[in-house]
Design a binder for this molecule. Structure first.
Ligand SMILES: Cc1ncc(COP(=O)(O)O)c(C=O)c1O
Length: 410
C-alpha cells in the first residue's frame, strides 16, 4: 500500500468533481519535495472510514479546564482582540517567567528572553530558522517529532541522526561522542519524549551538556510534556550548569491544559539566542492570538492542585492502556512521561508497522500510529507502534476490549 505517499491535495481535488489526471502537476520547493503526506492524516481518515477507536493522534478527546476557557471568553469580551505585541502579551511573558522559575530555578527576563509563538511547532520553526545557517550540522535523536526534520530542511541544515533503541531508548553515549564535533551547531532534544515516553536522565543530560560545552553546541529542547512526567522528575536542560547560555527551551499550553487547538507556545532563551528566534518569528506569524494569550497567562497561574490532578488522571489512564496492551499480548516498552506508549507489534505476525496499523484499524477497529515515520531510516521503526492514552477511560477500555477480542497472535 502506499496512500502515505499521496499528497493531501490530490484527495482534496476530488471535491471539485475533477479527476486527478486533469490536475496540473503538483509543485513543491526542493526543500520539501522529499516529505510524504502526513501519516497522522492517513491513519485518522482510515479510522473514520472503518469506525475505529482512535488511539493514534496525540490530542485529548476531553475538553480543557473551565477556568481557562472562561478567561478566554472574558478576554474577548474585554476587547483584547487586536494584534498582540509581536513577542507576546506582557502578562503571558511574565506568567511564563514565573512558571519557569518555579520549575527550574532559573530567573528569566520576561521582556527579553521569552517569545510567544503559535504553539511549540512555531517555536521550534522560529528557533531553527532564526539560529541555523544553511549547511550547519544539527543532531537529532530518532525517533523524533516530525516537524523538526521539516524545519531543518527548510533551514538547509545538514541533519545527523542518533537512534534511541528499545527497550529503554537510552542515549548511545559513544555514538553521540563520535557524532558531535566542532562542526555541530545544535542538538535537538525532546524530554519527555514523543513517541517513546522516554525521559532523559540527569546522567544523560549531563553527558550531553558537557559535550555541548566542549564543542560549543546549542541545544533546542522541546519540553511540551514536562507536566506529564510520571516515573521521574522532569529536568530542563537549561537548568544544568553552563547550559542556560546555550539552550532554547520550547513549550506550549496544549498538552498541559488539554487545549491543543489553541496553539499558544513559547521559546525561552538568553537574549543573544532570543534575538534570532524573534527575528524569525517576526516573519513567520509576527504575533499570535491575543485573547488566547491572556487566557494562557491565567492557565499558567493554576494552583499546584491542577497539575497534581492532571498527573493523577493521566496515571489512571496510562494504567488502563498499559495493562490492557500487555493482556492483549504486546511487548510494552516502559514509558516514563508523555501520554504515549510504544509497543512491539511483531507477536501478531505482520512485518511492518504501517501494515500492522492498517490491519488494526480495518480488522480490529482500533487506530495507532506507526513509528517508522519518526525515523531518518524508517526500517528502524518497523517493529514499533505508538498508542495514545489521552482519551477518556471508557474509550481506552473499549479499545482494549476490541483488541482482546479480535487481535490474535500468529
Ligand atoms: C514533541 C512535540 N512537540 C510539539 C508538539 C506540538 O505542539 P504545539 O501544538 O504546541 O505546536 C507536539 C504535538 O504532538 C509534540 O508531540
Amino acid at each position: 500500500m502506499s496512500t502515505t505517499t499521496t499528497p493531501d491535495n490530490q484527495v482534496a481535488s476530488n471535491h471539485n468533481g475533477s479527476t486527478q489526471n486533469s490536475n496540473p502537476p503538483l509543485q513543491i520547493s526542493k526543500r520539501l519535495e522529499n516529505f510524504k503526506a502526513s501519516i497522522f492524516t492517513h491513519m485518522s481518515n482510515l479510522a473514520v472510514k472503518h469506525g475505529a477507536i482512535n488511539l493514534g493522534q496525540g490530542f485529548p478527546n476531553f475538553d480543557g479546564p473551565e477556568f481557562v476557557k472562561e478567561a478566554a471568553i472574558q478576554a474577548i469580551k474585554d476587547g483584547k482582540n487586536q494584534y498582540a505585541r509581536g513577542y507576546g502579551v506582557p502578562d503571558l511573558n511574565l506568567a511564563i517567567a514565573e512558571r519557569f522559575k518555579r520549575d527550574t530555578g532559573l530567573v528569566m527576563d520576561p521582556e527579553k528572553e521569552i517569545t510567544i509563538t503559535s504553539g511549540c511547532t512555531e517555536a521550534m520553526a522560529a528557533t531553527i530558522l532564526g539560529l541555523i545557517n544553511p549547511g550547519d550540522e544539527v543532531i537529532l535523536f530518532a525517533p523524533f517529532y516530525d516537524s523538526y526534520k521539516g524545519n531543518l530542511s527548510m533551514a538547509g541544515a545538514k541533519t545527523k541522526g542518533i537512534t534511541l533503541r528499545p527497550p529503554d531508548f537510552g542515549v548511545p553515549i559513544d555514538e553521540l561522542k563520535s557524532t558531535i564535533s566542532k562542526n555541530t551547531r545544535a542538538i535537538i532534544l525532546n524530554t519527555p519524549h514523543n513517541p517513546t515516553g522516554k525521559m532523559f536522565t540527569r546522567e544523560e543530560l549531563s553527558t550531553i551538556a558537557s559535550l555541548c560545552i566542549e564543542n560549543d553546541v546549542l541545544v533546542f529542547t522541546d519540553e511540551v510534556y514536562n507536566k506529564l512526567a510520571f516515573e521521574m522528575d522532569h529536568i530542563s536542560m537549561a537548568s544544568l550548569p553552563g547550559m542556560y547560555e546555550r539552550t532554547v527551551t520550547l513549550n506550549s499550553l496544549g498538552k498541559t491544559f488539554s487545549l491543543t487547538g489553541w496553539k499558544i507556545g513559547w521559546a525561552i532563551g538568553p537574549q543573544h539566542l532570543t534575538w534570532g528566534v524573534r527575528q524569525a518569528h517576526a516573519f513567520i506569524t509576527f504575533s499570535t492570538s491575543t485573547p488566547m494569550q491572556w487566557a494562557a497567562a491565567t492557565a499558567l497561574r493554576a494552583p499546584d492542585s491542577y497539575y497534581e490532578e492532571l498527573k493523577r488522571d493521566y496515571s489512571a489512564k496510562k494504567a488502563i492502556l498499559v495493562e490492557g496492551l500487555k493482556a492483549v499480548g504486546f511487548t510494552v516498552h516502559p514509558s516514563s512521561g508523555t501520554f504515549f506508549v510504544v509497543v512491539d507489534h511483531t507477536p501478531f505476525g505482520l512485518a511492518k508497522d504501517i501494515e500492522f496499523c492498517e490491519y488494526l484499524i480495518k480488522e480490529v477497529g482500533v487506530a495507532a500510529i506507526p513509528t517508522s515515520v519518526f525515523y531518518l531510516n524508517p526500517e528502524e521503526g518497523k517493529d514499533l507502534v505508538r498508542f495514545a492514552f489521552c482519551k477518556d477511560e471508557g474509550t481506552l477500555r473499549a479499545a482494549v476490549e476490541r483488541m482482546k477480542e479480535k487481535l490474535l497472535r500468529k
